[in-house]
Design a protein around this ligand. Structure first.
Ligand code: ZN
Length: 159
């Protein structure tokens, strides 16, 4: 199977069978939402921290397959991870999508996220893929600042 086809299958699988979609069962979750008006995508990410680990993460959203698949993959990548590792994941995916190899941590096993690399060829789609990750970043920052159940707005940047 050509790599492009394989990537497409992975993205469609996450789109059709999203992981961790819905709400997390925690009274102390922190959420952040983001929109990508160019494509009509919307993603809200909620996470719950225990000490310095993400013990639960979930998303709600609608929009194109890439935006929703990226959100699904993001939750799988960061669930159970230490905050420092989540930040490494964010930088790596951002670097992968925006073609900044210096941001990519070669020690991370990308797994399904490798499928997002193909998105780089379509500049208009990069924001779709980044949306959930920007929401994650804002939610994490808010959680670390001690904000509970606060709704923040993420701005997608492709710098
Ligand atoms: Zn989109």
């Amino acid at each position: 199977m050509p790599l492009d086809e394989l990537y497409k299958d992975i993205i469609l699988d996450h789109y059709e069978y999203p992981r961790n979609k819905g709400q997390i069962e925690s009274t102390t979750c922190t959420c952040a939402g983001g929109d990508n008006p160019i494509c009509g995508d919307s993603v809200d990410v909620c996470l719950s921290l225990d000490d310095d680990h993400v013990v639960a993460v979930a998303f709600e959203g609608r929009g194109c397959a890439i935006s929703q698949a990226s959100a699904s993959m993001m939750t799988e990548a960061v669930e159970g991870k230490a905050v420092a590792d989540v930040q490494r994941w964010y930088r790596t995916v951002h670097g992968l999508l925006t073609n900044h190899p210096d941001e990519i941590d070669a020690e991370l096993d990308l797994g399904d996220l490798e499928a997002l690399e193909g998105v780089r060829q379509y500049p208009v789609r990069i924001k779709c893929a980044l949306l959930a990750w920007e929401a994650l970043r804002v939610a994490l920052r808010q959680a670390l600042a001690g904000g509970e159940a606060a709704q923040q707005h993420a701005v997608v940047t492709t710098e």
